[in-house]
Design a protein around this ligand. Structure first.
Ligand code: ZN
Length: 310
């Protein structure tokens, strides 16, 4: 758009794989598509991107390393462009909204242009598929397989997978998957495992087992930190607190900070081998104190001022 007037349009449908992306990934994919499709217009210029996905605006302003791995890869692709992502509610996106309902069908109508779009698409797709989220999880391959198997047998998670794939309709959220509603934008599926960002969602039947794994007697805060790095389930934090609070060993370490024990300095063999000095002021006058490490004898000198000459 220029001066609020459209210059060119483009749209396409998501592939089967892309339909499994987390919502924020889909939104970012759209940005990449737009930037690369119109590369000749967008490269080397300041481009304002309007998105009706609020989290995108926020994550784009954060440092790259804070984004989940797959988003990082997508954000990297956008590094060659100068863009500013601005949130705009969907109801004000008249033109984009209309056209999104009338996308081109890539499969049936293969013109030369279509081939070019397909090329760009498969490129990103391949890049993302190369990122195996499991590789970044601090969970063994064997256990990841168990998690994937258990996910496929967990009726609630199966419903959740269906929602991630087909989208959430805000009315009629079933009670059992309601706890996932507020994190719906962060959910994605890979290798049969549901991910919340970089963390994997643990099926109900494995939660006790995972709790036991996390519990290495490092206290509540330590266990929470460990868990938050790789796993997720609703009410996980309070379940960890409950579980660990029943452990006496963890309790004895508790939340208290260990006190640093006093380390005494080495006492010299005779006076004035080692001294310590510092400035202090009292009643608007400056003084220099010099303490002998051997005897703890001190001298005080009154200073006219605190210049280096003095
Ligand atoms: Zn313990």
């Amino acid at each position: 758009m220029q001066n609020n007037q459209p210059i060119a349009y483009a749209s396409r449908a998501l592939t089967k794989t892309e339909q499994n992306y987390a919502q924020i990934e889909k939104e970012l994919l759209a940005v990449i598509y737009g930037m690369e499709k119109f590369h000749q217009y967008t490269h080397g210029r300041n481009v304002f991107v309007e998105s009706d996905h609020k989290p995108l605006e926020i994550i784009y302003k954060k440092p790259l390393f804070q984004a989940p791995k797959r988003l990082q890869r997508m954000l990297l692709r956008l590094q060659r462009y100068t863009i500013e992502i601005n949130y705009k509610p969907g109801r004000y996106m008249y033109i984009a909204d209309t056209l999104s309902r009338a996308y081109l069908n890539n499969g049936n109508n293969k013109s030369e242009k279509q081939d070019e779009i397909c090329h760009v698409r498969s490129d990103i797709e391949m890049e993302l598929e190369n990122i195996n989220m499991g590789d970044y999880l601090a969970i063994s391959a064997k256990r990841q397989k168990d998690i994937a198997d258990a996910t496929m047998k967990d009726p609630i998670l199966l419903k959740l997978i269906d929602k991630v794939a087909k989208g959430w309709t805000e009315i009629n959220i079933q009670q059992d998957i309601a706890p996932y509603y507020h994190i719906r934008d962060e959910l994605s599926i890979q290798g049969g495992i549901i991910f919340k960002g970089d963390r994997c969602v643990i099926p109900k039947c494995m939660r006790t087992e995972i709790l036991e794994q996390i519990h290495t007697h490092i206290g509540i805060e330590g266990c929470l930190k460990r868990a938050r790095e790789c796993v997720y389930w609703p009410r996980m934090n309070s379940e960890i607190r409950d579980y660990i609070s029943k452990c006496e060993t963890c309790q004895s370490y508790g939340m208290k900070q260990q006190k640093e024990s006093l380390v005494s300095h080495v006492i010299p063999d005779r006076p004035w081998v080692k001294v310590g000095t510092d400035l202090f002021s009292l009643n608007d006058h400056d003084y220099l104190i010099t303490v002998d490490y051997f005897s703890s004898y001190f001298e005080i000198d009154r200073l006219g001022d605190t210049t280096s000459k003095q």
